[in-house]
Design a protein around this ligand. Sequence first.
Ligand code: NAD
Ligand code: ZN
Length: 245
Amino acid sequence: MINRAIELVRKSIEPLVFTGAGMSRESGMRTFRGEDGLWNEYSPEQLSSISGLRSNPEVVWDWYRMRLMASEGVVPHAGYEALTYLQKEKGNLPVITQNVDGLHRLAGQTDVLEIHGSMRTASCLDGCGFSTELTSEVLKNIPPFCPDCGAILRPDIVLFGEPLPQEVILRSYRLAEKCDLMFVIGTSVQVWPAAGIPFTALDKGAVIIEINPVQTELPHNENVISIRRKAGEILPLLFGTGEKI
Ligand code: NAD
Ligand code: ZN
């Protein structure tokens, strides 16, 4: 199975990567669903919505501060490095991620499409145009306020009930339509419309190499190679060896 995967990557002309929370699990970031998932403890409606942010800004910002503090010192694991290596080798490997932790960029990857935004920055909830990096200085007082207009700041992630960033999602779907190979790594393929991205690639005839220790919503057929291993273990085995792809 691994040999077939390596062969497919070697031959691929338009490869694409699609990742979810499981990609960052071995860097120490928790997933939302599944064993040890954050939603087992917290309600998404309360903590990840505009209405929650407006009615309980302290509670919501406290949760983001906790997530940011938990991500301090988190570094991309060997699987990220392997993807960075592969991107350089192929010259053309866009990375679509549902993650908001910024680890693909931190690993030196370029052409990263963050379809759910990034938790590394925040901007004015009233849209006056103010935007800032989320440093510990900004998070000293919770909730943080916009220095320009006095409104509350919001994290630059897509909150429940909000549309996804249109340009990013459109390009993601366009890439999915024309790719010949898609890596689907560490995602339960349950969160829509993001989940439509791998299904679009499959519909258009692409082959999927899935990396996830657990079975997902993806079908079982000859176009889906499911490697039931952890991203941090298998990606370096596939491409991290310095061998030419
Ligand atoms: P999910 O929590 O629904 O699913 C995670 C998947 O990763 C599961 O199928 C699990 O089996 C798999 N997994 C766990 N450990 C793995 C490993 N070591 N290697 C490979 N796979 C592994 O995540 P999702 O599908 O990304 O959807 C959740 C949503 O939550 C996304 O929209 C995302 O924006 C957000 N989120 C982001 C982060 C982050 O930025 N790190 C963390 C949690 C949630
Ligand atoms: Zn403002």
